[in-house]
Design a protein around this ligand. Sequence first.
Ligand SMILES: Nc1ncnc2c1ncn2[C@@H]1O[C@H](COP(=O)(O)OP(=O)(O)OP(=O)(O)O)[C@@H](O)[C@H]1O
Length: 681
Amino acid sequence: MFLKLTVHKKNGLHVRMAAAFISLLQNLLPNQETLKKTYVLYRDQKVQVNNLLSLVSLKIGQGEEFILHVAEKLDDSTVQQIQSFFAPTDLEDSQQSETDRLLMENSLTLHEAISALPNGIVVVNSDNIITYVNARAAQLLQTNPHELINQRADEVIPHSRLHEVLKTGKTELSRKQTIHHHTLLTTRSPIIFNGKVIGAVAIFQDISTIEKISKELNEVKELQQRLHLVLKSVSDLIGLTDENGTLIYTNEEMNALLKKIKGEPHIQSIIGPHEWNHVKKAEKQLVKLIQVNQQSSYITKINPVFVDGAFRGAVATLTPFDDIRTLLDKIDLMEQKTKYLESELAKHQGVHEAFHQIIGNSEILKESLTIAAKAAKTDSTVIITGESGTGKELVAKAIHEASSRKNHLLVRVNCAAIPPHLMESELFGYEKGAFTGAYKTHRGKFELAHKGTIFLDEIGDLSLELQAKILRVLQEKEVERIGGYAPIPLDVRVIAATNHDLKKMVDEGRFREDLYYRLHVVPIHLPPLRARKEDIPLLVEAFRQQLNERLGKNIKGYEKGFMEALLSYHWPGNIRELQNVIERLFNLADDDILRCKDLPYYISHPSCHEQQNTPEKQTIDWGNEVRPFKEYEKQIFAFACQYYPSYNQLAQALGITHKTAAKKIREYGLEHLVGKKYQTN
Ligand SMILES: Nc1ncnc2c1ncn2[C@@H]1O[C@H](COP(=O)(O)OP(=O)(O)OP(=O)(O)O)[C@@H](O)[C@H]1O
């Protein structure tokens, strides 16, 4: 039920009156449960009537009304007694009234002070019933004060230990607990009156923020330590300046430099005042190679630091340039190594097995073979240049074998060997009856090479007329037989080779410029053997094995000094000459060892030609008087031997035996001239 009551006392519902009112209600409502559920409603506020401090804190003034809400219906006499408690009285004892005012003021101040505390306060009576909760405690427990008042503390407050304190009468200091994500430090104390525990109070201090700050502080400390370690472990010189350039932080390396240059702890003593002014003004990073004390150079980076637009200092990093130079050198070396390995890999990956029979490990040869192997994968025209006997034909064969045309013919035309008047019919073929003797249609080399490869060896020996005709075939991709009526379409890959200097021939008008360029799509130059002498041992070994097999011999090795002799010779006839020399030695060998004594004299005595003063013979000088036969003979041998790399070939050319040729060369001391002009003829 609701009772409307008015306070008439001068000091309103003051402390003493409120206490008297509670006492009255305790007498009138002996049922404690009813009393617990009895409230005072005043201006939107609701407080339990038996909570003295809360009741007083309503500050109900003189003449003001409030409602008493009792949980049960009261009989008339009880209602009357309550109403008469508040009935106006004519007389008010002025001294008592002053005492009441003082009491009221003090308890209100106390209440305000407790309410305003940042700590939460919960008070229980001796039965562990909550009698007071301040606003902060209610906030921390995430509820309203009136939800807690009159409740058992251990039922409504998590981890409450006030009942223990009531039992022991001992204070529990600063116990840490977590309630609703807040870390609280709780102190619980008994309230003792007349030596008796009449209640207890718990004070909660929220230390969540402090904890957070302390955690952050620890993190900052850790970060600082790590940063310190990082700065310590870098070899760069690091410094932090204020706005005047004074170094406020320096790592050990920077300290060492400052010590060395005996400089002030200012960045200006390292970079100079001019650069410092520039950093301040430019508002961007300065990167410069700076020489300090004319001793060491540093790559210096200065980053200005601006806070809210104001220049506050700079971070300076100095990297010793020598270190960088060493690193650059290392990188350079690594790059070179990588390039080398890449090219090696490319060579191994790129070289088709058809190239494996080409022996040699020299860089210069491998480069040429790499180009050849790449060319094999295309249909481009290839021209192979190089001295006689360097392996041009071998490479042409390998290109064909490694190409997609390998299942068709490789047709070789030796342009130097076929008589010029037969060359045209050889190359292009003829129709039956095209000329006298053409009894049947003859297909030319180009036609035979259809879908395959034509190898035009010694192309520099072609007449200008035939050069023009070949150019036409290359351009039109068709061939016309002599006496033929219609051109025949051709699908032929052309590989040409020469030991002539075609460029020079073009300049001299002996080779067509247009054909020269038509052929030079993929030029491959094969180096002479003297330019890759490191290949000699490999070649000799390969020839030894081949010849053992071919000639059914068992030559096991070479005499000491043998390889040295081969290495010091200049091999004008290149690999062909080497091959021939080894074959000759096989034939001369008495046992299973190749011996120096069997080597041709000009090889076993490499210096002999330098000692000789027989001049090269350009022509044979017949003179105009008859001279002794031997003189003519010497001239003939001196002239002829220059054009052949071996006695064998010389003998063949002169129509004499090998033995005679060798004997005569030795007799006239002409070894030094053998093969001298071989490469250019
Ligand atoms: N790298 C090599 N490895 C093994 N044998 C080789 C090598 N180079 C050349 N030969 C051999 O040397 C001889 C001459 O080679 P090839 O006929 O290919 O040379 P060429 O340059 O075409 O000579 P020419 O210009 O006189 O025609 C051949 O018997 C060939 O097998």
